[in-house]
Write a protein that binds this ligand. Structure first.
Ligand code: ADP
Length: 451
């Protein structure tokens, strides 16, 4: 087992990794920017190293500084969390050259699945259904036009290097396509330094269903069931749950088997997530694979009883998985992302937490780096915490989430709590009638049809 783990991240996920390490008896090293000196991950880690100024390009993304921090402190493994360097194949390679263990999949697998067009081809080759569309990046607007005619409108243009819902464009007719192609490509170039764009059929009201997968270094590959992440705004997840009300045990098994097949095909090791779109007729299509731990991993932990972060560490140290695929989900879990933002405009709302009172009681878990008097720096993402509940069934989980949201008191900044309370009251949400367009319908219901 590892002697000391450096966590190349900040915020709630850095804290989550520290919790796992503490339970395993492994000392931790936190890294922080000068804006994060008062952060809880620094307080709770056994050691800490300041690696640079607030901009992440000069701190959390600075590979040289992170390597120096590992060297100085004698860490022998690095956990990347999610975001920042978590899907950076080059970082994983450099760590290997420096004889530091990487708690994640092999660099070549990160690279393969990180290119969305290549990932699509790989999924298709593994017999996982993909939406009709381009085999690779499109060379020109003319090629896009010809393909869209074959596939049929609407289509969606996506950045091959995409992420976080950026660089995507829905196109409903041939007249718009050329202009949208150029916009998507320019946007992708600006956001990811790579203007490659591909095209696929756009589904009107699909559900976003993703499978938690895990591989070990002995050829073992399993899935740990699904998460429903259809409640999104601007293609960003807001509420996640496990299991999905849309999956029968039979569909769960088929999607799970497809997920495991893809893992086996690429030699997947460590935690990963395979994202699908589930159409109204029960067809499912591969969308992308995330080669890291996800923000929403706790809902899977709640219904499977598996500590995914401890499993990541064990697998990286060479241990076999020791769990079988397809555990039946136990009860129902829901996660609400608590963002420091205006619940109406979604504008970020950083600032000082004047009151920060966490809910507790049966079946409630809060993953957060916040505390009373903590100053949320404006330099990073707006997630201040995740409120997760577990109930015997979906009804109990919803009631539990409602009272936990009521008892979560935050003053000093605006948060997404009021929005979550409204969504939890919404009849469509309560009935489990979800799709990735849920928030559009919700906005209309909320304003009584005036928007
Ligand atoms: P990102 O990596 O930027 O998050 P994804 O490919 O995971 O992008 O897509 C994010 C979201 O965009 C999905 O959850 C879904 O809501 C929507 N989306 C993506 N592709 C399609 C499609 N072909 N049809 C309908 N919606 C889509």
């Amino acid at each position: 087992m590892f002697k000391k783990i450096l966590i190349a991240n900040r915020g709630e996920i850095a804290l989550r990794v520290i919790q796992a390490c503490r339970e395993l008896g492994i000392p931790t090293v936190a890294v922080c920017s000068t804006a994060d000196r008062e952060s809880l991950h620094v307080t709770y880690a056994d050691e800490d190293v300041c690696i640079g100024p607030p901009p992440s390009s000069q701190s959390y993304l600075d590979i040289g500084s992170i390597l120096s921090a590992a060297e100085i402190t004698g860490a022998d493994a690095v956990h990347p969390g999610y975001g920042f360097l978590a899907e950076n194949a080059h970082f994983a390679e450099v760590l290997g050259e420096c004889k530091l263990a990487w708690i994640g999949p092999p660099p070549e697998v990160i690279r393969l699945m990180g290119d969305k067009a290549q990932a699509r081809r790989t999924a298709a080759a593994a017999g996982v259904p993909v939406l009709p569309g381009s085999a690779g990046p499109l060379a020109s607007a003319e090629e896009a036009l010809a393909l869209a005619r074959d596939v049929g409108y609407p289509v969606i243009l996506k950045a091959a290097a995409g992420g976080g819902g950026r660089g995507m464009r829905i196109v409903r007719s041939g007249e718009e396509l050329a202009a949208q192609f150029r916009t998507a490509s320019a946007e992708a170039e600006k956001a990811f330094g790579d203007g490659s764009v591909y095209l696929e059929k756009y589904l009107e009201e699909p559900r976003h269903i993703e499978f938690q997968v895990f591989g070990d270094r002995h050829g073992g590959a399993i899935h740990l069931g699904e998460r429903e992440c259809s409640i999104q705004r601007r293609h960003q997840k807001l509420i996640e749950e496990a299991p999905s009300v849309a999956l029968t045990p039979e569909l769960r098994q088929r999607m799970g088997e497809a997920s495991v097949r893809l893992c086996e095909r690429v030699g997947y090791v460590n935690a990963g997530t395979i994202e699908y779109l589930l159409d109204r007729d029960g067809s499912f299509y591969f969308m992308e694979m995330n080669t890291r731990i996800q923000v929403e991993h706790p809902v899977t932990e709640m219904v499977t009883g598996v500590d995914l972060v401890k499993l990541q560490i064990a697998v990286a140290a060479g241990e076999p998985l020791g769990i079988r695929s397809g555990l039946s989900p136990r009860g129902h879990a829901i996660e609400c992302r608590i963002n420091a933002e205006d619940p109406v405009t979604f504008a970020p709302s950083p600032g000082r937490l004047q009151t920060f009172h966490l809910p507790g009681g049966p079946g409630v878990r809060v993953d957060t780096h916040g505390y009373e008097d903590y100053l949320i720096p404006p330099h990073y993402d707006s997630l201040v915490g995740k409120l997760i509940v577990h109930g015997r069934d979906r009804g109990e989980a919803i009631a539990r989430m409602q009272r936990a949201l009521d008892f979560f008191v935050v003053e000093g900044i605006k948060t997404s709590i009021p929005l979550h309370r409204e969504i939890l009251r919404d009849p469509e949400f309560r009935a489990g009638r979800l799709s990735t367009r849920f928030m559009e319908g919700f906005a209309t219901r909320r304003t009584g049809g005036s928007s």
